[in-house]
Ligand binder design. Sequence first.
Ligand code: SF4
Length: 96
Amino acid sequence: MTYKIEVDRNGCIACANCYTVDPAHFEGDSEGKSRVIGGQSNGTSTGTFDDPKIAEAQAAESSCPVNVIKVTEEKQLSRYKNCEHEHPASLAFSPS
Ligand code: SF4
């Protein structure tokens, strides 16, 4: 399963919940703010993963007291990414 993790670092309060709950996807920087392992470290830290560990990332998302973590499955995107046909807007990917 492919999924994307985003952390809005501007809103992070460095509580350490996410990287305590899920050290496989998150780490703290020198100020204790979260970033996605292997991801960017500017305003928004983002990483895309393809493994069966989305539940751990979602647990970290739920643990964030200021809701700055977003975990999005990209299963539907990958299904249509190589298709050259037009699709109605109802089939467009929309994260829940
Ligand atoms: S749980 Fe939220 S506020 Fe706490 S370190 Fe992680 S991203 Fe920052």
